[in-house]
Design a protein around this ligand. Structure first.
Ligand code: UDP
Length: 224
C-alpha cells in the first residue's frame, strides 16, 4: 500500500494521463475474452492486486507481491497523500449523493484537501457534463467508481479530454466507504475469503462470481 501510494504520487508528477487498475479475478477472466478490456488493462501505468486471489496467482507464477491493494483500501491513503502534496482530487461515480458524501468525509479527515464529486454516468451522453466538472475542479487525481470494465473503458475513451494525471478505477468503493454496502470482516479478507463474505452479503453477485472456480483452475494449471 505504501509503495502504491508513492508510485501514484510519482505518476502525478509525470507527463501524461495514467490509468491505475485494481485487478481482481473477475477482471482477469473478462480480459481473456474481451480484447478491448485486455488492451486497456495492458495500457495501465499500474495494475494493483485487488484481493488475495490475484496475489496467489502472481506468486504461483513467480511474482512476489507483498499484499493485496484493494481499491476500497486505497481511497483514504490516497486522499491523505493528495492533501499532503496539494493535489486536487475528484470522485466520480456511484448513485447520486454518494460521492459527495464521501468527499465531505475525506475533507473533514484531511485538512486542506481540495476534493470535488459528481455522480454522472458512463453513458456518452453524460461525457460533456462530467468532463466539464473535472476540468472545472482542475483535478489531478480522479477516482472513477462505475465498476469494471465500464470505468476503465470510460477513462480510455476520455483520457485525452480530462486533463487529469492519474485515474484509478475503484468499483463499488464509494458504497463501502459511505456504509451503503457492508464489507466482509477483516479476518475473512485476510483469510482469502472475501468472495464468500461478499456472496453472503450480496447474493446477487453469484452470477459474476461464477468465473472464480475456472479462475482457480487456470491458475493451478499455469503455476510452476
Ligand atoms: N455505477 C454507476 N453508474 C453506472 C453503473 C455503476 O455509478 O452506470 C456504480 C455503482 O453505483 C457502484 C459501482 O458503480 O457504486 C459498481 O460497484 P460494483 O460493486 O458492481 O463494482 P466492483 O467493486 O464489483 O467492481
Amino acid at each position: 500500500m505504501t509503495a502504491t501510494v508513492q508510485r501514484i504520487e510519482d505518476l502525478v508528477g509525470a507527463a501524461g494521463s495514467h490509468l491505475v487498475a485494481t485487478v481482481n479475478p473477475e477482471f482477469v477472466m473478462r480480459a481473456r475474452k474481451d480484447s478491448e478490456f485486455a488492451r486497456v488493462l495492458e495500457s495501465a501505468a499500474l495494475c494493483l492486486p485487488d484481493g488475495t486471489g490475484v496475489v496467489w496467482a502472481a506468486r504461483r507464477q513467480g511474482c512476489e507481491l507483498r499484499e493485496p491493494v484493494a481499491g476500497v483500501d486505497l481511497v483514504q491513503p490516497l486522499a491523505a497523500m493528495c492533501a499532503r502534496r496539494g493535489f486536487r482530487l475528484f470522485l466520480l461515480g456511484a448513485a447520486p449523493g454518494v460521492a459527495a458524501e464521501l468527499a465531505a468525509t475525506l475533507r473533514d479527515a484531511n485538512l486542506g484537501l481540495e476534493v470535488a464529486a459528481h455522480a454522472g454516468s458512463p453513458d456518452p451522453s453524460d461525457d460533456v457534463e462530467s468532463v466539464h466538472r473535472i476540468h472545472d475542479h482542475r483535478a489531478q487525481v480522479l477516482l472513477v467508481a462505475y465498476g469494471a470494465p465500464t470505468q476503465e473503458l470510460w477513462f480510455d475513451r476520455l483520457k485525452d479530454r480530462l486533463g487529469v494525471s492519474v485515474a484509478v478505477g475503484v468499483g463499488g468503493s464509494f458504497d463501502y466507504l459511505t456504509g451503503r454496502v457492508p464489507r466482509p470482516p477483516a479476518w475473512m479478507r485476510r483469510a482469502g475469503l472475501e468472495w464468500l463474505g461478499r456472496l453472503a452479503l450480496q447474493p446477487w453477485r453469484i452470477r459474476r462470481m461464477a468465473v472464480l472456480p475456472m479462475y482457480a483452475l487456470k491458475v493451478l494449471r499455469s503455476g510452476k
